[in-house]
Design a protein around this ligand. Structure first.
Ligand SMILES: Nc1ncnc2c1ncn2[C@@H]1O[C@H](COP(=O)(O)OP(=O)(O)OP(=O)(O)O)[C@@H](O)[C@H]1O
Ligand code: SF4
Ligand SMILES: [Mg+2]
Length: 387
């Protein structure tokens, strides 16, 4: 293929047929793995640190499309410690949602598949291995029917738009009771109702008996999101994944919902993976922050490190592009120039290179390694480490 054709993403019919054939082969292979009756040993592994609820290690998730393989998550590694809120930020399309859907085994199949890496989930059921290390499930290799044991109970998810997650033809009560029936199949109907009303009270809904009988369209956006939070909490989860939980709400309701999530995280003693575009939300909520760019983690650290000592030029740019109340009204908003590289033809160099104002000769080399700045702070950039 000529250079011009390559850069314009042109593919011939012959190439397209070849891609489709190869995609079918790959999708069949990964789908068959999910249905296999595997020995539990093949999807359990030792946790690196038993204080983590989840450890994502070199995760690769791809979409097999007719124009080529989209590497949406391309070697992502980070941990979520127990009882902590970890914020995940990055611009649209950088792989935040695909990372979270990989944890839930909810990536759109068959074209979307986890093709490499480990997602170690710290489970209390599995005990310890022969070296005394706590055992966990490797979600990346777990067959679908085993995943039912933890999805929706130990790990739950709150989506951006509650109206699309709630079923419009059933009452809130019916849908909340369903959650109890799934988690505790022998629970009596009255007990399930009692529990649902308790959950509604817990998430700050006034007149819970009335809301119990209501349909989703009768509630406001904020109330619907509270109902979703109640559902997510019903099975006493160890990890809640909140993907842009407040983006569809106005600012005052957003603050209330975030406050509620924070309070519940503390009282229930669970962890939250909080995905958002909003750096203000992260600053308010998160203990640790992961910054993603084009399917990779480019910087991670404690919230204090990321906000007071950002290292990667992209993280610095992200913070500069946030408007402040003190900014002069005639000053134009800062934006990072350029675009994210095409996820089908990713360069073998720093993905931020074409947008970086700090780029120097070393950046022509391969993708920068992870440099340790402190025990908790890591960055992938040639500006740091040995020059
Ligand atoms: N079903 C799909 N088929 C093909 N590509 C997909 C699919 N879902 C996601 N992708 C691709 O995966 C990449 C990561 O998408 P993802 O939804 O994780 O981004 P995101 O960081 O959550 O963005 P946003 O902030 O807009 O929600 C994008 O390049 C997207 O085009
Ligand atoms: S490695 Fe080079 S191009 Fe990439 S962010 Fe760092 S300075 Fe910029
Ligand atoms: Mg998303």
């Amino acid at each position: 293929m000529s250079e011009q054709k390559k850069s314009s993403n042109y593919i011939s019919i012959k190439e397209s047929r070849k891609i489709i054939k190869e995609n079918l082969r790959q999708m069949k292979y990964y789908e068959s793995l999910k249905r296999k009756n595997l020995d539990p040993k093949s999807f359990t592994c030792a946790m690196h640190d038993e204080n983590n609820i989840i450890e994502i290690d070199d995760l690769h998730t791809c979409f097999f499309t007719d124009t080529g393989t989209v590497k949406s998550v391309n070697g992502v590694s980070f941990d979520i410690p127990k009882n902590k809120i970890v914020g995940v930020v990055g611009e649209s399309g950088c792989g935040k949602s695909v990372t979270s859907l990989s944890i839930m085994q909810l990536v759109q199949a068959p074209q979307g598949q986890v093709v490499g890496g480990e997602i170690r989930f710290n489970s209390d059921e599995l005990g310890i291995d022969e070296n005394g290390k706590k055992l966990g499930y490797n979600i990346a290799k777990m067959p679908t029917k085993e995943m039912y044991k933890i999805r929706g109970k130990d790990i739950t998810m709150i989506f951006q738009e509650p109206m699309t997650s709630l079923n419009p033809v059933f009452t809130i009560g019916y849908q909340l009771d369903e959650v109890s029936f799934v988690h505790t199949p022998d629970i009596a109907k009255e007990d399930a109702k009692k529990k649902s009303i308790e959950m509604l009270e817990k998430v700050g809904i006034a007149m819970p008996e009335h809301v119990y009988k209501s349909y989703p369209h009768e509630l406001s956006g904020g109330m619907r999101q509270r109902v979703m939070i109640a559902m997510a909490l019903a099975g006493n989860p160890k990890l809640i994944i909140a993907d842009e939980p407040t983006t569809a709400l106005d600012v005052t309701i957003q603050a209330q919902i975030l406050e509620l999530l924070k309070d519940l995280q503390k009282s229930q003693g669970c962890s939250i993976m909080l995905i958002t575009h909003d750096l203000g939300v992260i600053a308010e909520m998160a203990d640790e922050v992961v910054v993603m760019y084009a399917g990779r983690v480019i910087e991670k650290g404690t919230a204090h490190e990321i906000f007071h000592d950002p290292k990667h030029p992209y993280t610095i740019g992200l913070q500069k592009s946030k408007p402040l109340l003190t900014s002069p009204s005639d000053e134009p908003l800062f934006s990072i120039p350029g675009q994210v590289p095409n996820p089908i033809n990713l360069p073998n160099a720093c993905y931020f290179k074409n947008r970086c104002d700090k780029c120097f000769n070393k950046c022509d080399g391969e993708y920068p390694p992870v440099i340790k700045i402190s025990e908790t702070h890591y960055v992938s950039c040639y500006l740091y480490g040995e020059q």
